[in-house]
Design a protein around this ligand. Structure first.
Ligand SMILES: NC(=O)c1ccc[n+]([C@@H]2O[C@H](COP(=O)([O-])OP(=O)(O)OC[C@H]3O[C@@H](n4cnc5c(N)ncnc54)[C@H](O)[C@@H]3O)[C@@H](O)[C@H]2O)c1
Length: 369
């Protein structure tokens, strides 16, 4: 399927693979696959972007500012094609077509590859923070694809409402609640909103994040240090503290925190980001130990560089950076936001029922060397 976005660029969405009969029966939504492909196409064409283990020249302290509508819309501009066809690196049952077979060029690198809807989270309620764009938006769409009602939480009201529209356009249910994850009362209200609107809480993807200042440690700006930890470490702490009691009320739950490859290894000049993401992994492990036996699975994902607004901005300022970022990932390219979100949503499904306390690299091999 080829879609054209408002900026006039096209993206190609691979047609859904035929589902085995048993899996097809599990999906309660006829034609759900094509609906989700449509939504993801809109997402990929209008907002996908990315974050960064990059060098200091790519990011600056000003990236700690809240994202703006201008930043979102700027990402509609096509970015240079860099990702190779993923056929060689994806399982064969996910190969649903290719750029060459369709005679098209992908303006955003490799296109999102979509599993058909499984209904794995039918009847569940999921909250996603930082869901106005990027990985969080992709996650909200995939939670909904799996049948969950989704609470879209973000400080960006326009982007959050746009995510809700995308979910609804694909046949799902979602609602937006403005939430600053660095404010504990906001986070408590977010969980209260999920319970009031959808009846409870089963899954959470604590994902909101900002790009941090980059500087050698002795020169590190204190304000950037505190803001980064407020959003990305305290925010995850506040989220889990509010979410866990609501999940205990339901008797079970699953939480995924977005850490980073930089939660597992360090990156020079990234004191605040590296410390906050290492902290997220530590918090994840503690929560897993505290609540695993009480029915709540807590895990983290550690993305490599993924194409989201955060990273697009750096690549626009310095186009050569995509090549350098790709070279950091043994898979030879950076990720699409959807590829990261698939892992987060999978960790919340019953398919991951024995996975607890892991910090799962989803990084094209970034931390392997
Ligand atoms: N994109 C990457 O390459 C990459 C790599 C590793 C880790 N990550 C992590 O993935 C997560 C998502 O990143 P992304 O690339 O999609 O970024 P993004 O900038 O595209 O999206 C981040 C979202 O978080 C929201 N947000 C920011 N501050 C907030 C706050 N205080 N409260 C609520 N929402 C807030 C923003 O409004 C935005 O919608 C972040 O935690 C990031 O650190 C990203």
């Amino acid at each position: 399927m080829i879609r054209r976005n408002s900026a006039g660029s096209t993206s190609v969405i691979r047609a859904a693979a035929p589902m085995p009969a048993t899996l097809a029966r599990m999906s309660r939504r006829p034609n759900a696959s094509s609906a989700w492909a449509t939504a993801a196409a809109h997402d990929a064409a209008s907002v996908t972007s990315q974050w960064i283990p990059s060098d200091g020249s790519a990011m600056s302290a000003r990236t700690t500012e809240a994202p703006s509508a201008a930043r979102r819309s700027a990402t509609a501009a096509p970015i240079p094609l860099a990702a190779p066809d993923t056929r060689a690196t994806l399982p064969s049952n996910r190969v649903m077509g290719s750029a060459s077979s369709l005679g098209e060029t992908y303006p955003f690198g490799s296109p999102p590859v979509l599993w058909p809807a499984m209904g794995a989270l039918e009847g569940k309620v999921a909250v996603v923070t930082g869901a106005a764009m990027g990985i969080g938006r992709a996650s909200a769409l995939l939670f909904a694809r799996e049948g969950a009602d989704v609470v879209v939480a973000d400080i960006d009201e326009d982007g959050g409402r746009e995510t809700v529209s995308l979910v609804e356009a694909a046949g799902g249910r979602a609602a937006f609640v403005r939430t600053d994850v660095s404010v504990q009362s906001d986070v408590e209200a977010m969980v209260g909103f999920a319970v009031d609107r959808f009846g409870g809480l089963d899954c959470a993807h604590n994902n909101a994040g900002i790009a941090a200042p980059m500087a050698a440690l002795a020169d590190y700006p204190d304000e950037g240090w505190h803001r980064t930890l407020d959003v990305m470490l305290n925010g995850v702490y506040y989220c889990m503290k509010a979410e866990i009691p609501a999940m205990l009320d339901r008797g079970a739950g699953a939480i995924v925190n977005t850490a980073s490859g930089v939660g597992l290894v360090a990156y020079r000049h990234q004191a605040a980001y590296t410390a906050s993401k290492h902290g997220v992994i530590g918090l994840t492990k503690v929560a897993a130990l505290d609540y695993g036996a009480r029915g709540i699975r807590v895990n983290a994902i550690c993305p490599g560089t993924a194409r989201t607004p955060m990273v697009d901005e750096a690549m626009r300022r310095q186009p050569s950076i995509e090549e350098r970022l790709s070279a950091l990932h043994p898979i030879g390219r950076i990720a699409e936001a959807t590829e990261i979100a698939e892992a987060a949503v999978w960790l919340c499904t019953p398919a991951a029922s024995f996975v607890l306390g892991v910090a799962l690299p989803v990084d094209g091999g970034y931390v392997v060397p």
